[in-house]
Each structure stands twice: as structure tokens, then as C-alpha cells.
Design a protein around this ligand. Structure first.
Ligand code: NAD
Length: 484
């Protein structure tokens, strides 16, 4: 969300154990030494140890996230802890088969050879995480990094200081620092880490900072996974079940106060369905968060904008829209003292407004009416490829029509956000919304080098070696003709 300019040398304090360079060197030694020692059994034990500490520290996690931005306990359980527990259980269940060398078939030309792909740890990995789901997005990638046999340094966000301090505490309680370490701090710390020749960088955050990370990685030709953001559109078609759609949209949009990378950013609705949808969204907001403004504000299930800067950013986006003709159809109540922004629906936004161009990342939902689905597809394709597209429709041909003509990291039909929780789906963006994928086997793969191993048993390729006599030339011609 925020790109901070960084100048001058970074005063980095990675905690006990000296400088950031010595921490990196110790992790590198351990990564080399442990190549053969990170057996399946050792990795399973590391994952179990992490789960045990997280379970033991659940109350501390709930308190820290409440202190940082009043995240409700149930949301912490469902969106911070559950995904990490699931990632651990899934990796524990499947790691044996992921680690098994994957035999591959040859071709006629490879007759007499045997070949396999082995997933080998990349080495020392850097995980940079954002503030919006700090536990989930620090420990989730760590599970994949450890399952793949790496060491890791985590740099959590400075915007959730209580949770970031706890993440460090949990890591130190569970692992030696040459296996897993946490460096707290802001962009300066991040950039000091990015100067080091990591073997892989797994970054979750904004596209703007993603570009800085990729440029830094290029200096060492370090591989990257970039889990970024953007504007994820929702389409409510003319055959959609409106009550059902409203229920899912309100949950997806207002959980975590809209500060979710895959939250529905804005809704396109078929014109004949628009009044019914806005009504259903209003009713659902009141049912879930409270009938009155004061009930909504004092309710336990609605968290806050993370800080004043983001509160003002959202206020400015909303004020810009209303000053240029948009109308508040629901909500719009704010209290800067608490960084409170009530669930808000806007009508009448236009593509020229800032709210239609920037990722909203907060509880403001523009609802845009359309007459022709092709205009929606054109609008989506005119912008950067989104992280997700959500389609509510009972008409399979329309759903396929939209899926085939657009591109995005993922798609949910008749739901939103939940694809994040599917253990067998790759999670990630495309171009501006991300590079590479996470979760389950895909996360394990992101942190592994796919190593090609070929064993020659009785290969006949030697018959084609020089000197190129007439006979060898004939054999080469035959090979190219028959096998090429
Ligand atoms: P951010 O990009 O501002 O910060 C992310 C991390 O990068 C933080 O740890 C921060 O300290 C560090 N950072 C900030 N500026 C830096 C710089 N100049 N150089 C190096 N490091 C720097 O993002 P955020 O505000 O923490 O998170 C919100 C963004 O993250 C949104 O765009 C959201 O969509 C995206 N996001 C994506 C996913 C996903 O899985 N795709 C998940 C959550 C959030």
C-alpha cells in the first residue's frame, strides 16, 4: 500500500545474535549443513513444533491482534490461525509423497536412461509479510519453507507492532535462530535484508513494493514469489441469487474491515438487479453488524482501520468520489479518533474517480450498474489483471463467457475469498497481482528447486558422437528425421 523512500545506511538490529549479515551467514551455514539432515522426519517434527507453539500462544495472538486493530477473536481464529493449522496438517499429510523423487518417462532418444525430478531446498529464504493478516501471512509461507527444507528469515510489518513482536517471540521459542529468525522493522530493515543474496524471496504486499522487491532480487538473480494486491471485481449477473450474493459479499468485503487482498473491491451488477442487490446488502450489513450506527460502532465483530494514515487515505478516496457525484447508499459514518469507518456502499462512481483506480483496501463498496456484460469485461481487461474475480450467476454459459475472456489470479463462482482456504488450489496473482503461487504443494514448490536428475544406463546417444563419419552422419539424419 505504501512505498517509503529509503535513504542512507540501514541501522539494522536483528535481535540477539549480532548483525543482519552474521544472522544470514549462520542461516547459510545451517542450510548447507542441513541439506542432508532435513529428513522427512525432521521436517515433520519442525511443523509439529510450530503448531504446538501456535496452539499454546493462541490467546496471546488474539490479544496482540486486538491491540493492533481490534480484530475480532472469531476472525483471528478463522482467518489467521485456521489457515496456518490447515497448511501444517496438509503438509504433514502429504510431505512424504512431495519429497519422493518424481520419476519421468523418457523419449525414444532417451532410451537407456532413467530420469527423475527431485525437490531440493533452495537454501536461505526471506519472507516479507504485510500487516493485514500478519500471523497467517508470516507463518503460512514459513510452513512451506520448512516443509521444503529451508531456513528462513521473516520480516513482518511495522504497522502491527504488537503482533510482529509476538511473531518474533513465537519463532524464537520454537526454533534456533539459524533455522528461523524474525527481523522486526520498517522499509529500511526490509531493504537491508533485500541487499543479501537470499536463495528465494517470498513477498506479500502491495504491487508498488513488489516492484522494489523484484528489482532488489534481480541483483542476485534470486527467485521470487510475489503475492500482491489490486482491485478484485465482483460481477452480479441478471440470474444471480441476490440474497445469497449479498450475504457472501458482505462477509468478503467487511471482514477485517475490508483490509483483505482478495476482498471484493467493487461490484458490477446487472441494471435490473441493482435495486434488489443494494437493498439486500443494506439488510445484510444491519443483520450482521447492527441495526443502528451506534450498534455497528460498538459491535464486537467489526475491526478498525489499521492506522490514521490508512483511515485518511480511505476518507480521501470516498470524499473525492462524493464530491464528483457519487452517493453514499449506506453507511459513511467515520470516527478518526478510533480509525472507525462504518460499512459503506457507494453508488454512481465513474472510472475517472480515484476510488475506481486505486485498490480500496477498506470497507467502502462501489456498486456499478451495467447493461451489457461485454462492457464489464472490457472494463476489467482495461486495468491490471486482478488477484481474483467473483461471479454470481445461475447461468453457466455466462460464467464461462466471463472466465474465458478475462484473466485473474483466481476465480470464485457464487462465493468470494474462500478459494484462499482450498488446500489443493494454487493461490496467487498474475502480473500486477502477483508472480508465483502459494499453499499446499504449490507453496512447497515455490520454496524448492526442481532438480533434474538423469542416470545413463545404456544410452545409445554415443553412436552420434564425432568424428562425424559418413555412418555417423547417416545416423544423425535418421535420428532427426524419425525422432525430431
Ligand atoms: P506494503 O507493500 O506496504 O508492505 C509489505 C511489507 O513490505 C511490509 O513488511 C513492509 O515493511 C515492507 N515494505 C514497505 N515498503 C518497503 C520498501 N520501500 N522496501 C522494502 N520493503 C518495504 O503492503 P501492506 O500495506 O503491508 O499490505 C497491503 C497490501 O498487500 C495490499 O496491496 C494487499 O492487497 C496486499 N496483500 C496481498 C496478499 C496476497 O496474498 N496476495 C495478502 C495480503 C495483502
Amino acid at each position: 500500500m505504501s512505498v517509503r523512500a529509503v535513504t542512507g545506511p540501514a541501522p539494522v538490529h536483528p535481535g540477539a545474535g549480532g548483525s543482519i549479515e552474521s544472522l544470514f551467514a549462520s542461516q547459510r551455514r545451517s542450510a548447507m549443513e542441513n541439506r542432508a539432515k532435513f529428513t522427512l522426519k525432521a521436517r515433520l517434527a519442525m511443523l509439529s513444533r510450530l503448531k504446538a507453539t501456535l496452539k499454546r500462544r493462541e490467546n496471546d495472538i488474539i490479544e496482540a491482534l486486538y491491540a493492533d486493530f481490534r480484530k475480532p477473536e472469531s476472525e483471528v481464529r478463522l482467518t489467521e490461525l485456521f489457515p496456518v493449522y490447515q497448511e501444517i496438517s496438509h503438509a504433514r499429510r502429504h510431505l512424504r509423497s512431495w519429497l519422493r523423487p518424481h520419476r519421468v518417462h523418457g523419449s525414444l532418444g532417451m532410451f537407456g536412461t532413467a530420469a527423475e525430478v527431485r525437490y531440493q531446498a533452495k537454501g536461505v529464504c526471506l519472507i516479507i509479510s504485510p500487516w493485514n493478516y500478519p500471523v497467517n501471512l508470516s507463518f503460512g509461507p514459513l510452513v512451506s519453507a520448512l516443509a521444503a527444507g529451508n531456513t528462513a528469515i521473516i520480516k513482518p510489518s511495522e504497522l502491527t507492532p504488537a503482533t510482529s513482536a509476538l511473531i518474533k517471540d513465537i519463532a524464537e521459542e520454537t526454533f534456533p535462530r539459524d533455522l528461523v529468525a524474525v527481523c522486526e522493522g520498517d522499509a529500511q530493515v526490509s531493504q537491508a535484508l533485500l541487499d543479501l543474496p537470499f536463495d528465494h524471496i517470498f513477498f506479500t504486499g502491495s504491487p508498488q513494493v513488489g516492484k522494489i522487491v523484484m528489482a532488489a532480487a534481480a541483483k542476485h538473480l534470486t527467485s521470487v514469489t510475489l503475492e500482491l494486491g489490486g482491485k478484485s471485481p465482483t460481477i452480479v449477473g441478471s440470474t444471480a441469487n441476490i440474497e445469497h450474493a449479498a450475504r457472501k459479499i458482505v462477509w468478503g468485503k467487511f471482514a477485517n474491515n475490508g483490509q483483505t487482498c482478495i476482498a471484493p473491491d467493487h461490484v458490477y451488477v446487472a441494471r435490473d438487479q441493482a435495486p434488489a442487490l443494494v437493498d439486500a446488502l443494506r439488510r445484510e450489513i444491519k443483520r450482521v453488524y447492527g441495526q443502528t450506527d451506534s450498534q455497528q460502532k460498538s459491535g464486537p465483530d467489526y475491526c478498525r482501520i489499521v492506522n490514521r494514515r490508512h483511515f485518511e487515505r480511505l476518507s480521501a478516496l470516498t470524499d473525492d468520489a462524493t464530491s464528483r457525484g457519487a452517493t453514499v447508499l449506506e453507511g459513511g459514518v467515520r470516527d478518526p479518533g478510533q480509525n472507525y469507518f462504518s460499512p459503506t456502499i457507494l453508488g454512481g462512481t465513474t472510472p475517472q474517480m480515484a476510488i475506481s483506480q486505486e485498490e480500496i483496501f477498506g470497507p467502502v463498496l462501489p456498486v456499478i450498474e451495467y447493461d451489457d456484460i461485454s462492457s464489464v469485461i472490457d472494463a476489467i481487461n482495461a486495468g491490471p489483471k486482478p488477484l481474483a474475480i467473483y461471479i454470481y450467476s445461475e447461468d453457466d454459459s455466462i460464467r464461462e463467457y466471463i472466465i474465458e475472456r478475462t484473466s485473474s489470479g483466481g476465480v470464485c463462482v457464487n462465493n468470494n475469498v474462500v478459494h484462499f482456504l482450498h488446500p489443493n488450489l494454487p493461490f496467487g496473482g498474475v502480473n500486477n497481482s502477483g508472480i508465483g503461487t502459494a499453499h499446499g504443494f504449490y507453496g512447497f514448490k515455490a520454496f524448492s528447486h526442481e532438480r533434474a536428475i538423469l542416470r545413463d544406463k545404456f544410452s545409445i546417444l554415443g553412436l552420434l558422437f564425432p568424428p562425424y563419419t559418413t555412418r555417423v552422419k547417416q545416423l544423425i539424419d535418421l535420428t532427426v528425421r524419425i525422432l525430431g
